[in-house]
Design a protein around this ligand. Structure first.
Ligand SMILES: Cc1ncc(COP(=O)(O)O)c(C=O)c1O
Length: 406
């Protein structure tokens, strides 16, 4: 496969840094990703040449800034197969999910209804639904996983069969186990009982081509910073018919049609959900990240990362002192493991001393950790700039660290 890894690595200035006297090896891409120079340049360019508030000025710079912001929305929409007006800018996945819970959820969930989530959901796609259920006296059903780390499909069917199932929230990809859920099939099952599907795409969008129309997702949320774009911006896709029927989330400027002392009417989607000044500098840089991904090709990225994670899995599974957590049927480039005799934090610190940045903790997935009987794992989450050489160096450092800790 012709994947220009050396050239790609040169696009990311941070990768030339040393960490604790060693070349930086960044394996924490599930938490956030590094930025290519084109994204950094976009931020500097917007602030240097086109910094004017959007949707409210008749002067040229404001009109250009508005055009750039709206072009960015179109770019992001087309990247996931959505229509432009179905993309709402948010501050990230977490805000997107809360938006759904506070608007669609408040308007449509009643006492006795059933909300379904899975044991592999990140707190961002768990707590907002749990709290909605508590506010509404609704039922909150958590679908367990198989030993391999896939959704238990028998239990999933049972959860859907509970009367008045209204919302099913699930991740496209697990941030701990790397499980890629068959969301197209799951969404069919969800729709068959008349519920809607809210998909957390935070760990998927940087790693595979996404097509929300093909999946027939009702909602799909993601964050720019996990896909090589800037921090502080993300997007929520919602089907136009559902978004139009939803009440607004935040109230303020730009989301109104008319305001009088007695009443306010609201404008159309997507602006109805975008009160106040949007992150118009971030949106343009977010679109630049999408252009960057498109220039490499999502199919190529997916294929390259699959090979890389298969390589990492094979190498890691040969190491005696660790245990890999989960073995799902479809895996994104995310691998969790625990050292058998040492504490994951200690191992994480030893690896940091050798230049390797990887996450140790509960990964904002405490229900999953409890179900696995664990409190902490180490997580290797790969990105499009990681290389076979980095994995080889990591394996050497890991074995050395395990020896020192034993
Ligand atoms: C699966 C998943 N969902 C949601 C989030 C929350 O994303 P953000 O912090 O960008 O809102 C994360 C972040 O790690 C995640 O991995």
């Amino acid at each position: 496969m012709n994947y220009p890894i050396e050239q790609i690595r040169k696009d990311f200035p941070i990768l030339t840094q040393e960490m604790n006297g060693h070349p930086l090896v960044f394996f924490d891409n599930g938490a956030t990703t590094q930025k290519p120079q084109v994204v950094i340049d976009s931020l500097v360019k917007s602030y240097s040449t086109c910094n004017a508030n959007v949707h409210r000025g008749v002067y040229k710079m404001s009109r250009t800034a508005t055009q750039n912001h709206e072009d960015a929305r179109a770019t992001i929409a087309s990247f996931i197969g959505a229509n432009t007006e179905e993309i709402l800018f948010t501050s990230g996945t977490t805000e997107g999910i809360n938006l759904i819970a506070y608007t669609y959820g408040e308007a449509n969930i009643n006492e006795g209804d059933n909300i379904v989530v899975t044991m592999m959901d990140h707190h961002s796609n768990f707590v907002p639904w749990q709290q909605l259920a508590l506010r509404k006296k609704a039922r909150f059903t958590v679908v367990p996983l198989t030993d391999e780390g896939d959704i238990d499909r028998q239990y999933f069917k049972k959860a859907l069969a509970i009367p008045h199932t209204k919302i099913v929230a699930l991740p496209h990809v697990s941030n701990v186990l790397g499980t890629v859920n068959p969301i197209e099939e799951l969404i069919k099952e969800i729709h068959a009982v008349g519920a809607i599907a809210a998909i957390d795409g935070a760990q998927a969008v940087a790693h595979m081509p996404i097509d929300v129309k093909k999946y027939d997702a009702d909602f799909y949320t993601f964050s720019s910073h996990k896909m090589y774009g800037p921090t502080g911006i993300g997007a929520l896709y919602g089907k136009a018919s559902i978004l139009r029927a939803m009440p607004p989330f935040l109230f303020g400027g730009e989301m109104i049609e008319n305001v009088s002392t007695d009443a306010t009417t609201f404008t159309d989607i997507p602006y109805k959900f975008e009160a106040g000044t949007p992150n118009f500098i971030g949106s343009v840089a977010f679109a630049e990240a999408v252009h960057y991904l498109e220039s490499l090709g999502m199919d190529n990225i997916e294929q390259y990362e699959k090979q890389l994670s298969h390589y990492a899995y094979t190498k890691l599974s040969q190491i005696k002192g660790i245990k890999i957590v989960g073995n799902p049927s479809q895996r994104d480039p995310v691998l969790s493991f625990i050292p058998i005799t040492a504490h994951p934090y200690d191992l994480g610190l030893f690896l940091d001393q050798q230049g390797f940045a990887l996450r140790s903790g509960h990964h904002c997935a405490e229900p999953l950790m409890h179900s696995l009987g664990l409190t902490t794992t180490l997580r290797l989450s790969l990105g499009l700039y990681n290389s076979v050489e980095e994995i080889d160096a990591f394996i050497v450092a890991l074995e050395r660290s395990l020896k020192m800790l034993s």
